[in-house]
Design a protein around this ligand. Structure first.
Ligand code: PGA
Length: 242
């Protein structure tokens, strides 16, 4: 596991964007695994900037996102499809038909999950997967539990996640309580993983991850089983755990 300490959020976003740029330069048809949340927003701004300057061409890439709320369609401003369109896809030269987000409105979520995994496998897998981390150690919507699920599946959000995400909604009651999420088995199949750690409230779970333990109670620790993970961490977080 490679840990890169950065001075600030801007530097984190720039570093992650440079890594994506390199991936796309090496393989213009790369499959990029993308994430939502406040953490990757800066990265997406950097990618938009690079694309506008002609430094990176997304016309042949495919993107797959980690998760989506159940019950929100892509026009709902709280949905992750909307987030991705609004924060990235509408501003770069990606072919929207090659951008995939799990469908939270699917009638049969189990089947949607299976098809999503099949799609990723057919694409040849994810070349580089961007991840954030929850204050409870969740990765995508893989919440701490006794048992984790490998493939894309339906999950219930924990109280801590509902509380954390309520900042994006008018009231906490509006936060969906279920989601469809890529499982850790699928995430760990990615060829390369970049975990972005923004915010000192992530320090505790990241300390455990860096201790090298593996526990379903902190899903981020599953990343200890992957051979190519880069953690980009703000210095202020590192100061708390070193
Ligand atoms: P954040 O969320 O980027 O908004 O902190 C990360 C996550 O919950 O995975």
């Amino acid at each position: 596991m490679k840990v890169v300490i950065v001075e600030n959020y801007k530097e984190m976003s720039k570093k992650a964007a440079d890594m994506i740029k390199e991936t796309v330069k090496e393989n213009p048809e790369a499959v990029l695994g993308l994430a939502t949340g406040s953490t990757p927003e800066g990265l997406y701004n950097e990618l938009i900037d690079m694309n506008k300057k002609g430094e990176v061409d997304f016309s042949n890439v495919t993107t797959v996102n980690l998760d989506e709320y159940i019950g929100l369609d892509g026009n709902n401003t709280q949905s992750y499809r909307y987030f991705m369109n609004n924060k990235l896809f509408d501003h770069i030269n990606v072919n929207k038909e090659r951008t995939f987000v799990p469908n939270g409105m699917a009638e049969n979520i189990e089947e949607e999950g299976k098809n999503y995994d099949k799609k990723i496998d057919e694409l040849g897998g994810i070349d580089v997967q961007i991840l954030g981390i929850g204050v409870n150690g969740h990765i995508a919507f893989n919440e701490p539990d006794d048992v984790l699920t490998a493939g894309t599946h339906k999950t219930k959000l924990t109280k801590s996640t509902i509380e954390a995400n309520s900042r994006f909604f008018d009231t906490i009651e509006e936060v969906p309580t279920e989601a469809i999420t890529m499982g850790l088995g699928q995430i760990l199949k990615s060829k390369k993983i970049i975990l972005l750690v923004k915010g000192i409230n992530k320090a505790e779970v990241v300390r455990e991850l860096l201790q090298g333990v593996i526990t379903t109670k902190n899903p981020s620790t599953m990343l200890n089983m992957h051979r190519d993970v880069t953690i980009i961490m703000e210095k202020e977080v590192y100061e708390l755990i070193k």
